[in-house]
Design a protein around this ligand. Structure first.
Ligand SMILES: [Zn+2]
Length: 234
């Protein structure tokens, strides 16, 4: 690790507006490069991969009103994470905030708003994607999965992240499929009368509270699922 770490990662970022899939691919490339520069080859990824980067400092605050934030003060990037949140969430927050630091110089042009995504939403999704790629690298997850480690708690323990983070990476890497919302999308589905109530409510233009998902979250999921199909195997 040397003073050029941030510069090296920023060099991977084109200085122009990015398509969303392109932005995610670059985020994963940066995560892979950071691990290579640190010489980390297996999980769990240690925090020092980030905290050893020159001019980056980690502080834990408790209580703290948000999961994390980053500030530039006296020539140093100070990442503050909520010390009262679970350790796995703090690790993810640190990685998320580090991507904000990498992107600082490009933030105004890299992620213009899209019809389904505001600039802010795109930025947050890309930072989450970087964090997932750093803490749960695609080839490591596939290796673990193929070796027979397929239970969420086991994978979460191995990678030092939450089970939700593992679930997201399994979807992004295509190791598991996203559940279909409607049976029409699955030709092999056979309609079961006893469990039809939710579907019928949907057909009538209603959605039960248990299945209602904010539109922006659905859009993000669709975008990320698309990425998992377009990123080449490594
Ligand atoms: Zn953020």
């Amino acid at each position: 690790m040397n003073r050029g770490t941030l510069a090296t990662l920023r060099d991977l970022m084109p200085n122009r507006p990015l398509r969303h899939v392109e932005a995610l691919r670059i985020a994963e490339l940066q995560a892979t490069r950071l691990l290579a520069m640190a010489g980390i080859t297996q999980p769990p990824v240690p925090d020092w991969v980030i905290t050893n980067v020159p001019k980056v400092q980690l502080k834990r605050m408790s209580p703290w009103p948000v999961s994390g934030c980053t500030d530039w003060a006296k020539g140093t990037w100070v990442v503050i994470v909520n010390g009262s949140e679970p350790r796995v969430r703090q690790r993810f927050t640190l990685a998320h905030e580090f991507k904000h630091i990498i992107d600082y110089r490009y933030i105004d042009i890299a992620y213009p708003s899209l019809p389904a995504f505001s600039h802010h939403q795109r930025t947050e999704v890309v930072c989450d994607y970087f964090a997932g790629s750093l803490l749960v690298p695609r080839p490591w997850l596939k290796k673990a999965w193929c070796s027979g480690i397929q239970r969420l708690p086991d994978l979460a323990m191995k990678f030092g992240v939450s089970q939700a983070a593992i679930q997201t990476r399994l979807l992004q890497t295509g190791l598991v499929d996203r559940p279909q919302r409607c049976p029409e999308a699955n030709p092999g589905f056979r309609f079961q009368r006893a469990s039809a109530s939710t579907h019928e409510a949907g057909a009538a233009g209603k959605t039960s509270a248990s299945t209602r998902i904010p539109k922006r979250v659905v859009n993000k999921t669709l975008e990320l699922a698309q990425v998992s199909a377009t990123i080449p195997e490594k």
